[in-house]
Ligand binder design. Structure first.
Ligand code: CDP
Length: 788
């Protein structure tokens, strides 16, 4: 939802205009202003010279404008050039002198913990250093928390190595594998992949036989997935379990990389692993070592004394010092001046808008601006406002090139971030916390930090994860500020007061303490960990969270009553979806239901933010309404999405036009079709649908009443707790938890009264909304709960 209801309103607020006027009048240190004038002149003389030479006159040679202009930092830093340029850039990275010590650390030990500032070259260089090690006869895997980083790093490293990417050529050396996009060629030596993909691979190949080395990057982010990976890798390293046996003495090398220097805890964690396998379980941390805990079943543990959330398993006793190597890479950090607000602001987007133009109009070039915002929505709405205002600036000011940066950004747009800006143009990157450590954009001298981020949090009351906008931690604020001082001295504006900064938490708690653990627990179970309470985790989650996850998996029918994973659970775990959506897919493949392909179409839509666009004018709205009416289904959003996908897929002439006519995002639909294709392939691989059935499918455009009901029943099987019923006063109350919930305005059921609703997720603005809503019959629930 845009921050400003409409741009006009924002304009009226306009404290900023005053500043701009002031800035214009005072004409501060605009070296570039003079420069721009000179450029104009020299362009003129170049034209004259060209005209003169046409006429054959012996005109003086024109000065090329470039000679007078100051080079843009981004042009210099990232101009995609020849191999030699890239090689020089590589050699200048702070990590480069450490290449030999990194290689030798991994010759002497199997695990290296590597800490180094963002931008020091860890992600791009370390995999390349390792390739030349004598033990490296198989692939190097490098995990990333986000798809976007995995793809852009693969591309960058392929460029640096001078080879093609992925499957595109038999000689390609670097590939990537992210959810719904596998681009790994046979000859690839380095594979960037998301943490989720590595966990999937571990299910199929517990020994990770494909690899000589696994590099776990961005560990400081402490996603649940990274914590699971560290646990599995620890077992592999110390020779425990099926995976280790399968490697038959061929040690796996592991590099764990972090942008923060806090490696003590990691060191303790891995050393504990070695110590336990040696049989020394004498020392405990008060809650029992992992080994001791494994002797008790998780169900008996439910009655034990409760373990404190956040209590760590890791600790050091020194007996295994020397088995774990560490390396610290000094980053380059120039001084960064911090500027705080004197008073707290209500609306950080407005404050950011004001600050952006103050910086742009007052601070000298070169120097790009990086703004940290909370999410895709705030990024996009601020982009609109900035672009609108920037268009009104006179030519005296450099141009502003606004670049959004968020995790779901399409690939082509991602690439633009790394491209050099045109001449006399300042880049303004509007980013989520993805730019905090994950993506390095060169050329930045000015940082504006809103002090907040969207953080995933489990909401007990609702029994669901939700994304909440929360203050960041001190360490995040320091990371954000640091981005301004990578190439020269910089400035950081914090859109909060110094007192607010002092009150921030030191670090953000790891995700494992904040979110729904059902996917994590299912992954462990499917990977053969029967007693998940004994699994080695860097931070032990609260017992209740584990219990809740077990319960949910029992309800989904993924576990048997004794808590062991069953066939359904294993099948769900292999799908790249949450356990709930995975369960929907499995239910739809049941011959009684027979609606798998339709369900896949709907699930594919859930992988994008929203396929329906908002009309910018009343006229557009009216025009689109007519076409859209044909897609709307009275049962609700699920079947409406299905109708949209089916109609789009059946459109054979011009899909772009079709999307425009229906005010549907063509880009989102392309991505939906991509995901649909991959999910179909995965369903086939998992033998949920036969290849004959797939081949025989025409693009259908209609759905019978019976199939429609079956589809909703399947969704109910995965989301049985996401149901609310109509109250006599016309409101809806959830069946589990008895909470008030309203139908989101984006739903086609908005304002309608039906017996009961099934919803896909909750969203919060000023109240609790259900989004992705369909009407269901309450009597369907009896069978579903009966089955569970
Ligand atoms: O991992 P770390 O943050 O230490 O650094 P990195 O990601 O290896 O980045 C090293 C350098 O490569 C930076 O100067 C980045 O700007 C550059 N890079 C790039 O140009 N394109 C990418 N996709 C990734 C990194």
């Amino acid at each position: 939802k845009p921050v400003y209801k409409n741009i006009e309103l924002a304009k009226q607020a306009k404290p900023i205009y005053k500043n701009i006027e002031l800035a214009k009048q005072s004409r501060p240190v605009y070296k570039n202003l003079e420069l721009a004038k000179k450029q104009k002149k020299s362009k003129k003389s170049a034209k004259l010279a060209a005209a003169a030479s046409k006429q054959g006159e012996n005109a003086p040679k024109a000065t090329l404008p470039e000679k007078n202009s100051q080079p843009q930092p981004s042009t210099l830093a990232r101009k995609p050039g020849k191999q030699t340029t890239l090689q020089t850039l590589r050699e200048n990275l702070p990590i480069y002198p450490h290449a030999d010590s990194i290689r030798s650390a991994l010759t002497n030990t199997n695990i290296l913990l590597l800490a180094g500032e963002t931008g020091s070259g860890k992600s791009t260089q370390v995999p390349q250093f390792l390739l030349t090690s004598p033990w490296c006869d198989h692939r190097v895997a490098v995990t990333q928390p986000r798809r976007m980083a995995a793809i852009s790093l693969a591309r960058r490293v392929a460029d640096e190595m001078g080879t093609a990417l992925g499957k595109s050529s038999p000689t390609a050396k670097v590939g990537y594998s992210v959810r719904f996009d596998d681009n790994v060629g046979k000859g690839n030596k380095i594979k960037f992949l998301t943490e989720g993909m590595l966990l999937q691979e571990m299910l199929r190949d517990p020994g990770l036989l494909e690899y000589s080395c696994v590099v776990v990057d961005e560990v400081h982010e402490r996603s649940v997935n990274v914590d699971l990976i560290l646990g599995f890798l620890r077992d592999l390293l110390v020779g425990k379990g099926e995976g280790a046996r399968k490697r038959k003495g061929r040690p796996l090398k592991v590099v764990v990389m972090s942008a923060t220097a806090d490696t003590e805890k990691l060191k303790g964690f891995f050393e504990e692993g070695y110590r336990i396998t040696k049989g020394d379980t004498a020392t405990t941390n008060g809650t029992g070592t992992s080994e001791e805990k494994s002797k008790k079943s998780e169900l008996s543990l439910l009655n034990d004394e409760r373990q404190q959330p956040g209590q760590d398993n890791a600790r050091m006793d020194g007996s295994d010092a020397g088995r774990v190597s560490t390396c610290f890479v000094e980053g380059r950090q120039y001084p960064v001046q911090t500027i705080y607000l004197h008073e707290a602001v209500q609306d950080f987007s407005e404050a950011a808008l004001k600050c952006i133009f103050q910086v742009h109009c007052k601070e000298p070039m070169p120097g790009d601006i990086l703004v940290f915002l909370t999410g895709q929505d705030t990024v996009q709405s601020l982009q609109k406002l900035v672009e609108e205002y920037a268009a009104t600036l006179t030519e005296d000011f450099p141009k502003l090139l606004v670049l959004p940066l968020f995790a779901a950004l399409p690939q082509a747009a991602q690439q633009r971030i790394f491209e050099p800006a045109p001449r006399n143009t300042r880049k303004l990157i509007l980013a989520t916390n993805i730019a905090e450590t994950s993506i390095t954009v060169g050329g930045v001298r000015f940082v504006i930090d809103c002090g907040k981020a969207k953080i995933k949090q489990y909401r007990n009351r609702l029994g669901l994860d939700s994304l909440l906008v929360k203050p960041i931690s001190k360490s995040s604020a320091i990371q954000r500020k640091g981005r301004a001082g990578r190439e020269a001295a910089g400035k950081c504006w914090r859109l909060y007061t110094e007192k607010d900064f002092d009150a921030l938490e030191k670090d953000s708690p790891p995700e494992i303490l904040r979110c729904d653990l059902s996917a994590a627990v299912l992954t462990m179970k499917a990977r053969g960990v029967d007693d998940v309470m004994s699994f080695p985790l860097l931070t032990q989650p609260p017992r209740e969270a584990m219990e809740r996850a077990l319960l949910q998996l029992l309800q989904l029918g993924a576990l048997d009553d004794d808590g062991r994973v069953n066939d359904t659970g294993r099948r769900i775990a292999r799908l790249p979806l949450t356990p709930s959506l995975g369960r929907v897919i499995i239910a739809a493949a049941d011959p009684d239901m027979d609606c798998l392909l339709q369900v896949i179409d709907i699930v594919a839509c859930f992988s994008v933010e929203n396929i329906f666009l908002n009309a910018e004018t009343e006229e557009m709205k009216e025009e689109a309404q007519q076409s859209r009416n044909l897609l709307y289904r009275r049962q609700g959003d699920h079947l409406t999405l299905l109708a949209a996908v089916q109609a789009y897929a059946a459109e054979s002439s011009d899909r772009k036009m079709w999307a425009q006519r229906h005010l549907i995002s063509h880009r989102a639909m392309q991505s939906v079709m991509d995901v649909r294709k991959q999910l179909r392939a995965q369903a086939q691989q998992a033998k949920l649908v036969s290849s004959d059935a797939l081949a025989a499918t025409d693009e259908r455009t209609s759905t019978s009443e019976e199939t429609a009901n079956n589809i909703l029943r399947c969704f109910l099987r995965g989301f049985m707790s996401n149901v609310a019923r109509l109250m006599p006063d016309g409101s809806y109350k959830t069946i589990v938890g008895n909470q008030n919930v309203a139908i989101h305005p984006s739903s086609i059921l908005f304002g309608r009264k039906v017996e009961a609703i099934l919803y896909n997720e909750f969203v919060y603005t000023n109240r609790t909304y259900a989004r992705g809503v369909s009407a269901i019959q309450l009597n369907w629930l009896d069978k579903i709960w009966g089955d569970a």
